[in-house]
Design a binder for this molecule. Structure first.
Ligand SMILES: [Zn+2]
Length: 593
């Protein structure tokens, strides 16, 4: 019993001593254990955040089929990318982007962790020095995973302290394909680049349009050869193939098909509005957006805007257009350019408006006499009256364009300062620099600009929807509802959320392929759904902005199919001119039959 007790006591003592010892040991090892735990936790969290998008087997097989460089003249630095260490050395992630991963010698994956990293772009610097002076440009093989997560792509070339910049478009989705960027295309510069002979870095960026993880792939960075010159026979054969492909595409019932028409007389070459609208109707289009008004000119008998002298000679163009629209059963949404006085405004007209403090002033204090200041109450009233006058003319809709500031450097007129200070009870000591330097003032300035532009949309929409409910209110807007409010005061997702717009046409023009167009359209659709907007999204298709006329059919039909893939009810082409006259009969054979 005693023994048992002793034994028990001993055991208990020992256990206690052991535990104390363990605790003491733990105490001394605690910092080390905590560190190990923290690292494990971090690794786990990062692992979850970086969960690789799962590719379906067909896509995975396509991804694994990395093209061989063939006859490409690879950039010498890129030939060193043969293992993980070399890939990490050659490719530096920027803006919080994830590290590159070697896929195969000469091929890297650029993971886009958009679920975790919400920066404006996914971006990598490729340390591939080269002399591009006598070269056509840059070529590489490219993989784009989920294109709907991107609103665009850019390549930058660093030279000295500056950069050359060029946009590019993936031509295929989830297929390796060759991208060629000619030096001639790289027009934009930042800073002062030394020259094409001294390129030290190539930067590749994908502009974020979504929040899903995906990946880009880059392989075989090389000097580009000029594209082979096609023979007339080859051109004709390609054109024939495009036309046959277009004719095989189905039409879609009930689709809204619009065309912006910049020319106030309709088609040029002696054609009338009747000819113009008939051409649209015959080729399956059912809406026209004629540009008949600018802030400084009307091409119809207006009592609000100065009437262009040409109207006395050729007659009221709104009456002519509208009459043809009624004859052929085509909707007429008059395109009115806000704030911008237009090419027809006279110098005397601009001088008088400037003298009255009604035109814009740049950040540097210089006058921008062609644009009315949006915060000036007389300008706002004028613009609203011009839209109401149009709505009363029996049109199907009014269409706001230039519904924005020119850029972030406008408007800094003295009226803007006075009205800004009054609205926010501020007394600025360092105008205009303070609106860029002081974070609190900067936020208020951003809101002030957005409010000034929104006031016009709201003013027009409220009056028209109340007094003339049959008249639609729509707008042409820039492409990115996230960045447009800050840059140009254009908060178009909010206009849609608030119900000010019946339909909205983002100007999705400058894409070289329907694949790139798809990215931006899907991003816009998500943005509007995200704010619960009921406004119809009718993307602007940029016929006149495409660099290669020979690809008009492929581009136009491809983008129409993309609009349908996105489940949208229609689209709007820009612009009704000579290229449209060539394209429209081809569309009629298939997608707009
Ligand atoms: Zn101003």
């Amino acid at each position: 019993m005693g023994t048992t007790l002793d034994t028990a006591a001993y055991s208990w003592y020992n256990v206690c001593m052991d535990r104390k010892d363990i605790i003491r040991r733990l105490y001394w090892h605690l910092p080390v254990l905590a560190l190990v735990g923290a690292i494990a936790l971090l690794a786990c969290c990062r692992g979850c955040g970086r969960k690789k998008p799962v590719l379906d087997p067909a896509v995975a097989a396509a991804y694994a089929a990395i093209p061989a460089p063939g006859k490409l003249c690879l950039l010498s630095a890129w030939t060193m990318v043969t293992n993980d260490v070399a890939a990490r050395k050659a490719v530096s992630p920027r803006d919080g982007s994830a590290a590159a991963r070697l896929l195969a010698p000469g091929a890297v994956e650029l993971p886009c962790a958009f679920s975790r990293v919400r920066t404006e772009r996914a971006c990598w610097d490729l340390a591939v020095a080269g002399d591009f002076k006598d070269k056509h440009g840059l070529a590489f093989d490219f993989w784009c995973g989920d294109v709907t997560q991107f609103t665009g792509f850019s390549v930058y070339f660093k030279s000295g302290a500056g950069w050359y910049q060029a946009p590019f478009s993936p031509l295929e989705e989830r297929q390796w394909h060759r991208i060629v960027i000619s030096r001639a295309r790289a027009k934009g510069t930042e800073g002062s680049p030394t020259g094409w002979h001294a390129i030290s870095t190539v930067r590749i960026c994908g502009w974020r349009g979504g929040t899903n993880d995906t990946q880009l792939g880059v392989a075989n960075l090389a000097y580009a050869e000029p594209p082979p010159v096609r023979t007339p026979e080859q051109i004709a054969a390609a054109d024939r193939a495009d036309r046959e492909w277009a004719a095989r595409q189905a039409s879609k019932k009930g689709e809204w098909r619009g065309f912006w028409c910049h020319n106030y007389r309709g088609l040029s070459g002696g054609k009338t509005w009747d000819d113009t609208i008939r051409l649209l109707k015959e080729n399956g289009f059912n809406a026209v957006l004629p540009n008949l008004a600018w802030a400084g000119t009307a091409f119809y008998s207006s009592e609000v805007l100065p009437v262009a002298p040409v109207v006395a000679k050729i007659g009221d163009q709104l009456a002519a257009c509208l009459s043809a629209c009624r004859k052929y059963g085509v909707e007429c949404h008059v395109w009115n350019i806000c704030w911008n006085l237009g090419h027809h405004a006279t110098k005397a007209q601009m001088a008088a408006l400037s003298a009255a403090g009604r035109t814009q002033v740049r950040f540097d204090g210089t006058t921008r006499s062609g644009w009315l200041c949006p915060s000036h109450p007389d300008n706002l009233a004028l613009e609203i009256r011009s839209f109401l006058e149009l709505a009363q003319r029996g049109v199907d809709g009014v269409h706001l364009d230039y519904i924005r500031y020119p850029d972030e450097s406008h408007c800094f007129c003295s009226g803007c300062r006075t009205r800004f200070e009054a609205q926010y009870a501020l007394s600025l000591t360092n105008w205009p620099a303070q609106v860029r330097q002081d974070p609190d003032v900067k936020a208020k300035w951003r809101e002030f600009r957005i409010t000034n532009i929104t006031a016009l949309v709201k003013g027009v929409s409220t009056r028209i929807h109340k007094d003339m409910p049959g008249v639609k209110v729509s707008a042409a807007v820039f492409q990115n509802p996230e960045t447009n409010p800050g840059a140009i005061g254009q908060d178009w997702a909010e206009w849609c959320r608030a119900g000010y717009l019946d339909f909205v046409c983002p100007m999705d023009y400058n894409y070289d392929s329907p694949v790139a167009f798809k990215g931006v359209v899907f991003a816009q659709k998500r943005a509007l759904a995200g704010v619960g907007a009921k406004t119809l999204l009718r993307p602007g298709i940029g016929l006149n902005c495409w660099p290669d006329r020979a690809r008009d059919i492929r581009m136009a039909v491809g983008e129409i199919l993309t609009v349908r893939e996105a489940g949208l009810d229609g689209f709007c082409f820009f612009d009704l001119g000579a290229r449209a006259e060539a394209l429209l009969p081809v569309l009629r054979t298939g997608p707009t039959k």
